[in-house]
Design a protein around this ligand. Structure first.
Ligand code: HPA
Length: 239
């Protein structure tokens, strides 16, 4: 057991899908996994392990924001020997290239967080996705005929849901950023630190420019498509 994860050694699979919302972790386990067993409920941050197409897979909530995600990912890498973490989350569309219900696979993550500035003493590190997972997720999205548009590009991992300087979003878009979420940068950095694989896939739940939002039914459908992409990708890339 680690400080925040009440699992015994061996109870967590080498592949972990990671939604921000712990109730999404429960939904993924109940909807996609066979014989799912709950291994964690410390702080209500549910974690389950089951099988998908014969592969052991775990699903672990991360909570919101990089500091919360970093606690769970650090413990998964250092104490449970997890090899791949795939974030399955939502994001806000920033660029007009993406529409609500689309899926964004984050090739890299910009951030306003100080976590990496402290880690690298002011140097700007560029956190990027694992290319094997990214390619497999993109191929899975194309071959399953996903009903949503699938994009690969930059994401912005912000520390603030309610931005103090929303005017900066336009400049981020000019430089190629597609969408905003709150976790990918820390996930990619920790994977690099520990020599593991990571990917963030997000469905566009709302759009900062057009103001559109998805209904909860639409969110569930696109969320399900994204989880399938993550399962196909994660189980096809192994050591
Ligand atoms: N900001 C940050 N994270 C998000 C957003 C947003 O607008 N929408 C969904 N996740």
């Amino acid at each position: 057991m680690s400080t925040h994860i009440g699992a015994h050694p061996g109870e967590i699979a080498p592949l972990v899908l990671m939604p921000g919302d712990p109730l999404r972790a429960k939904w993924i386990a109940e909807t996609f996994l066979e014989e799912a067993q709950l291994y964690n409920e410390v702080r209500g941050m549910y974690g389950y392990t089951g099988t998908w197409n014969g592969h052991r897979v775990s699903v672990q909530g991360s909570g919101m924001g990089q500091p919360s995600l970093a606690i769970y990912v650090h413990e998964l890498f250092t104490q449970f020997d997890v090899r791949s973490v795939i974030r399955v989350g939502s994001c806000g569309g920033m660029s007009e290239k993406v529409a609500i219900r689309d899926i964004v696979i984050a090739s890299g993550a910009c951030t306003d967080s100080s976590m990496n500035r402290i880690r690298f003493e002011g140097l700007d590190y560029a956190p990027v996705a694992d290319f094997g997972l990214l390619r497999a997720a993109y191929d899975a999205g194309v071959s399953t005929g996903s009903t949503s548009g699938v994009h690969v590009g930059l994401i912005y991992s912000s520390d603030s849901f309610y931005a103090a300087r929303p005017e900066l979003a336009a400049r981020m878009v000019e430089y190629g950023v597609l969408a905003v979420e709150m976790e990918a940068s820390a996930l990619y950095t920790l994977a690099a630190q520990h020599g593991r694989r990571a990917l963030a896939i997000c469905t566009v739940s709302d759009h900062l420019v057009t103001g559109e939002e998805t209904s909860s039914q639409e969110r569930e459908q696109t969320f399900g498509e994204m989880v399938e992409m993550a399962l196909v990708a994660g189980t096809s890339v192994t050591d």
